[in-house]
Design a protein around this ligand. Sequence first.
Ligand code: HEM
Length: 156
Amino acid sequence: MDASFILSVISRWAHVGTAIVLVGGTAFYRLAVIPALEGDSTGLVERIRNRWKKVVHTGILIFLVSGFYNYFTMIPKHKGDGLYHALVGTKMLLAMFVFFIASALVGKKPGTQKFRDDAKKWTGVMLMLAAVIVGISGFVKVRPVPAATAVVEVAE
Ligand code: HEM
């Protein structure tokens, strides 16, 4: 086992693990916390947001580091495979938008207050985008690499 193989396993573990925690946490927030605390005036929603903020910021950092690492290690295997790069590029743009909404929802800046005021809608949007992102990620992983672009290793 060489170092790059071990790094790839660690990177995928971190990436998929982060997706489980952040997407799962968002689903719990949207489906259980928001409906249960509608109309709450005790400041509990804000305390939950303040705690979740650290998880969101750490998760975005892990997503970016592991995601770009995964991408750069996959580039040689997908040389000339336009569909792969188009799909992963689309996924990255969607992920940036999700990161923006997630940061706005746990933020405090007045400019992003409208997202917090309608958290029900925006967590729903995040979950739908996350479903598309995970779908694209799974598709590019299992789809056969077109023969013309696959790297053929010839033993010497
Ligand atoms: C909302 C954020 C994200 C979610 C939910 C997500 C989810 C996932 C999941 C579940 C996989 C594993 C697919 C599988 O092995 O079946 C994956 C793979 C991957 N992700 Fe992400 N990801 C996110 C953000 C990012 C970002 C920001 C990047 C790049 C900067 C990125 C790049 C990649 C790459 C290159 C792969 C490997 C694709 C391949 O197998 O060729 N991801 N992602």
